[in-house]
Design a protein around this ligand. Structure first.
Ligand SMILES: [Cu+2]
Length: 171
């Protein structure tokens, strides 16, 4: 490989390298994941399809991840005693951009969701409160903005399910 440029970038903790485009294009490194090909039972194919659905004491959250946010990122109406299922679809099309997912206080694993794929994390809240959700895989310079909140209300409360993107549920 003939290196044509090699330098640290100023103002960012990254290191840049440049090579001729042919080296990437002709060696199978250009891979795209079509979201239409995802036939997962709990897929969310676009942000407009993200939603939160209650079925008895189960709450199904159909969420998307793309740099640098989750949709929805504010969820309300989960109650103590519920089982929460985060079904997260990574909408990225580039092969090297996985996203992670975790909810603060979860006692099981985090997720690593590859581009175009859907994965589910089950969470059983053990107390009332506001719970941050966040990406656990460094995905871009704005990775740390990739977060949101789920409010858990007391068992028997009448807070309805609601969700939004980029603004508080209660204004
Ligand atoms: Cu991410």
């Amino acid at each position: 490989m003939q290196l044509i440029l090699d330098f640290p970038t100023i103002g960012e903790p990254h290191y840049a390298q440049a090579v001729p485009a042919d080296l990437i294009r002709n060696n199978g490194q250009l891979k795209l994941f079509k979201i239409e090909d995802n036939n997962h039972k709990y897929v969310t194919k676009g942000e407009k399809d993200s939603k939160v659905i209650r079925e008895g004491n189960k709450v199904h959250i159909y969420m998307t991840a793309i740099r640098s946010h989750f949709s929805p990122d504010n969820i309300e109406g989960v109650k103590l005693g519920d089982e929460v299922y985060f079904h997260i679809t990574n909408l990225e099309q580039d092969w090297d951009v996985p996203h992670g997912f975790s909810v603060k206080g979860a006692t099981n694993a985090e997720l690593l969701i590859m581009p175009g794929e859907t994965s589910t994390l089950k969470w059983t809240p053990d107390r009332v409160g506001m719970f941050p959700i966040y990406c656990t895989d460094f995905c871009s310079a704005l990775h740390q903005e990739m977060q949101g909140y789920v409010r858990v209300s007391p068992a028997g409360s009448n807070v309805p399910i609601s969700f939004s993107l980029g603004k508080p549920v209660v204004e």
